[in-house]
Design a protein around this ligand. Structure first.
Ligand code: FE2
Length: 531
């Protein structure tokens, strides 16, 4: 710490008046520059948004919190001042054996979010952490470092989840996921939904009341997005899932706006105006996620694609299928494909990310390679019988980039590639072929699609229409329409995906079921079957 910083902190300790939350008293600044408050007193509990850890590496991880004594109020109950927050990392759950500690600054520029990149830890073991601000202590979170590069690993167990529309169901699935203490959680996106609050939804059977309601209108400004994240993060089941394991997060569309790609939204907003909304959304996303500083947004750009590796067992390539994509074909709708799906200049990942992915796949020495991403790669015909419809916001609307990825996997002779996907609000397990309607003899890879945490409401076990779709699409091996998440059990020789489902999300407390286990053997992408 510089002398100046030390003096400044001492000054603020002695002289600043430090009471915030609920009619906060403005901080007295006797220092040069922005004041830093060292021992604040809060009228309300400042850790109401919980704690989180993320982006684990072999030597550490990010720990996160955000001070918000009044989470939904303008200014979130904090003064426009920087505040000191202490953090502690221990090797035991009771926090007796402290192995790292320090002080971070919660800055008003970032909505008083705190991201600490903890390093110097041992590989492949759990740690526990908490934050302290003034006299207030956060909940204790559990994180876990990854195995060292090349370290022999015989088992990894992680969760895949996303699509958590707050109004459409409770986060019971998150509570169950927390109890499993996975090695990590991959969140593919739709962490929030941008829509205005609605008391009910109209269905063909009539109006149905929402389980709970978004505060406010559709979100545009930084304060709108902050309040939306705050409302979601006040959910204690979601907090439990964050406190139980480190998360790797990527976004899908609803973190910004439905079906956006690049600088294009679905309403035809001029890109220079949409870029302003993107900046707000990206800042709020960074503020609320346990991301490293390398993901700090610059204008309306944010670096989210990245790789994590787990010893000699698994390379986990996280993709961003929104930010560098060309516009959806055929008028951006779920429907009848047009010629545009085969346009040669289409991009799903963008050339730079695609090259990066091919490099990572080419240099992989792991048993398994994962593409962890958002939208479905299986190109299913969604209309039973006559006629053909596809999800044109997914890879199905981007035939040429899709084929480039699958060709590259084949060219590299990789026979243990698994694609993990969200977005559909359905569970699917299937095989990937260049042309799903005319599958080759041997599939190129395996795809597991995870259902939603809550989006879509209760759902049902198997929809009649999807049974017919499966009959017509040989590459689709299983489907289910309940809410929940998936657990992936990975060993050197076998990948098992457990589909965890709930019978309902309109009330809390639904018991968890392992509805199905689908497994694929290493080196045999055609072996996908019930386990
Ligand atoms: Fe979604």
């Amino acid at each position: 710490m510089t002398d100046m910083r030390a003096r400044r902190l001492e000054m603020s300790r002695r002289f600043a008046l430090k009471t915030f939350g609920g009619g906060a008293i403005a901080a007295l600044s006797l220092t040069l520059g922005a004041p830093i408050l060292a021992a604040p007193i809060f009228r309300q509990y400042p850790f109401q948004l919980g704690v989180a850890s993320g982006d684990p590496a072999a030597d550490g991880f990010v720990i996160w919190t955000r001070l918000a004594p009044e989470p939904l109020a303008a200014g979130h109950g904090m003064p426009a001042a920087a505040v000191e927050v202490e953090w502690i990392v221990a090797s035991d759950a009771r926090m007796q054996d402290v192995v790292a500690r320090g002080t971070a600054i919660a800055r008003p520029e970032l909505g008083h979010a705190v991201h600490v990149e903890v390093g110097g830890l041992a590989p492949n073991r759990p740690y526990w952490y908490r934050f302290i601000a003034g006299r207030e202590r956060s909940a204790i979170g559990r994180a876990k470092t990854t195995p060292a590069i090349g370290q022999p690993i015989d088992k990894l167990r992680f969760a895949v989840a996303g699509c958590q529309h707050y109004e459409q169901g409770y986060y019971t699935a998150h509570r169950h996921m927390a109890q499993e203490q996975p090695d990590f959680v991959y969140c593919y996106g739709d962490y929030i939904y941008e829509y205005r609050g609605n008391r009910f939804r109209n269905f063909s059977e009539g109006p149905v009341e929402m389980v709970r309601q978004h505060v406010g209108d559709e979100v545009y400004s930084i304060n709108d997005y902050r309040r939306r994240y705050a409302q979601y993060k006040m959910d204690v089941d979601l907090q439990a899932a964050h406190a139980a394991a480190p998360w790797f997060v990527t976004w899908d569309d609803h973190e910004i706006d439905n079906n956006w790609v690049s600088a294009i939204d679905q309403d035809g907003t001029p890109p220079s105006y949409f870029a302003l909304r993107q900046q707000m959304a990206m800042q709020a996303y960074y503020e609320h996620m346990p991301l490293r500083a390398s993901a700090l947004p610059i204008g309306n750009a944010m670096q989210l694609y990245r790789q994590a590796s787990f010893g000699d067992l698994l390379d986990f390539n996280m993709l961003d299928t929104r930010q560098y994509r060309t516009d959806q074909p055929c008028g951006d709708r779920w429907g009848v494909p047009c010629e545009e799906i085969s346009r040669s200049n289409a991009e799903m990942l963008g050339r730079q990310q695609e090259r990066w992915l091919f490099d990572r796949l080419g240099s992989s020495k792991s048993r398994w390679q994962v593409l962890a991403q958002q939208v479905m790669m299986m190109d299913l015909d969604r209309t039973p019988g006559e006629g053909k419809t596809e999800n044109l916001d997914s890879w199905a609307g981007y035939r040429i980039p899709r084929q480039r990825v699958l060709d590259q996997i084949r060219r590299l002779d990789l026979d243990s590639v698994v694609v993990l996907t969200g977005d559909e609000h359905q569970n699917y397990a299937g095989e990937l072929h260049v042309d799903g309607k005319r599958p080759g003899a041997k599939p190129i890879a395996t795809e597991f699609v995870a259902t939603s945490i809550s989006s879509g409401g209760n759902g049902e076990d198997q929809r009649e229409i999807t049974k017919l779709i499966q009959q017509e699409n040989a590459s689709l091996k299983w489907h289910n329409s309940r809410r929940g998440y998936i657990m992936c059990d990975v060993t050197p020789d076998l990948w098992t995906t457990e589909y965890k489902t709930l019978d309902y999300v309109h009330e809390r407390g639904a018991p968890l079921q392992t509805r199905k286990r689908m497994a694929v053997a290493h080196g045999m992408p055609g072996s996908l079957a019930e386990a």
